[in-house]
Design a protein around this ligand. Structure first.
Ligand code: PLP
Length: 386
């Protein structure tokens, strides 16, 4: 059976060149970067070169990049670390975020809300992005931190982080952005976009899983969340995952140098897929994103619960049985399928939010793969038409 992977926003395979770069660091180049002997110095130097590679992509200082175990840890570090440090220094205890954030941000903010912080969760527009004016209007004198994702992982909506950073820069408010779906794919020149904190992850750009980083602009108040070692300049204890860090930097370098070609390819795929889906009338299959303000890598649709006897999750299983791997926004908690909280926050009803599926494209996705996915989708929906 043909196998078509269209879930690149969930994760990507490790690029061959990335793998080859990593391999020696599992075996003969195994030194602990904190050791002072030559084994340690060899890996220390490779980690620092990796840091420099990433810093150059963002146009920041090497000393402003802190490696973590992935996007989730980087976000926890940013949100908890900054919120606590600011509260200790100034007493400010208000956070602004959005209802469309990844769980890593949402649940971290919920955690802080039980520990003396007030959190404002803003609703996105029906395009999935946050209107910057809503942020500006939510600021209070005790606002310490704003955390807003750059590109939404479910619908691909892009937030205007430049406008928000222009604003926060003059307000003494720390601004964190979750750039897990955009780092190396989009131009993020942090000498222009004045975010204070930015988190990213390796496995979305053909790097290994379990590696990420937090950018911390010099002077940003932040406390460590992992204690017990002096690694990462006393800010993130724990022996560095050297093969993963080195692989991440290689993946970032490769992706970033080809970003325009990959982006153009993704745009062509998105247009092609949209054309193909026109075989379904709008009342049967609805598109859940706005092309003007969304990432071309992410394509989210809902199938009508009135027209078809199917939910998002069963549709995903049916697609999978036929070799097509995609994701749903809905979560399955204790056997009950919950509708996508992102689509609900965008103002859509439970049916549309429960019947959403996300296709996401990679650099090697072909038009033939999309033909195949649409053919399978057509077969499934025709069988399940009410
Ligand atoms: N933020 C966004 C927007 C994501 O898409 C993801 C992963 O799906 C994460 C954070 C978490 O990153 P990681 O898987 O590296 O922990």
């Amino acid at each position: 059976m043909k196998k078509v992977y269209l879930d690149y926003a969930a994760t990507t395979p490790v690029d061959e060149e990335v793998l080859q770069t990593m391999l020696p660091y599992f075996s003969n180049k195994f030194g602990n970067p904190s050791s002072i002997h030559t084994f340690g110095q060899e890996t220390r130097s490779a980690v620092e070169i990796s840091r420099e590679t990433i810093a150059k992509i963002l146009k920041v200082k090497q000393s402003e990049i802190y490696f973590t175990s992935g996007g989730t840890e980087a976000i926890n570090f940013a949100v908890v670390g900054a919120a606590e440090a600011i509260k200790n220094e100034t007493g400010k205890n208000h956070i602004i975020t959005s209802k469309a954030e990844h769980h890593a941000t949402l649940e971290t903010c919920e955690y802080l809300s039980k520990r003396g912080f007030g959190v404002t969760f803003l609703s996105p527009t029906n395009n999935g992005n946050i209107n910057p004016t809503n942020i500006f209007n939510s600021v209070r004198k005790e606002t310490a931190l704003i955390s807003l994702m750059h590109v939404n992982n479910e619908v691909g909506a892009i937030n205007d982080i430049k406008s928000i950073s222009d604003f926060t820069q003059n307000q003494n408010i720390v601004f964190h952005t979750d750039a897990v779906q955009s780092f190396a794919k989009f131009d993020l020149d942090l000498s222009e976009i004045k975010v204070d904190l930015l988190s990213a992850s390796s496995h979305k750009i053909y790097g290994p899983k379990g590696a990420g980083f937090l950018f911390i602009r010099t002077g940003t108040p932040i406390s460590p969340i992992l204690h017990g070692g002096s690694q990462e300049r006393n800010r993130r204890g724990g022996t560095e995952n050297t093969p993963a860090i080195i692989g991440f930097a290689k993946a970032a370098e490769l992706y970033y140098s080809n970003r325009q070609d990959y982006f153009n390819h993704a745009e062509k795929l998105r247009n092609y897929f949209k054309e193909k889906l026109l075989i379904f009338p709008q009342e049967e299959v609805t598109i859940n994103f706005s092309e003007q303000i969304s990432s071309p890598y992410i394509f989210n649709i809902s199938v009508s619960a009135e027209k078809f006897r199917i939910s998002g999750d069963t549709l995903i299983m049916n697609l999978d049985i036929n070799g097509v791997a995609v994701s749903s926004g809905s979560a399955c908690t204790s056997g009950v399928v919950e509708p996508s909280y992102v689509l609900l926050a965008m103002g859509f009803d439970e049916n549309r939010a429960s019947n959403a599926i996300r296709f996401s494209f990679g650099k090697s996705t072909t038009f033939e793969e999309l033909d195949y996915a649409v053919d399978i989708l057509k077969d499934i929906l025709n069988r399940l038409r009410r």
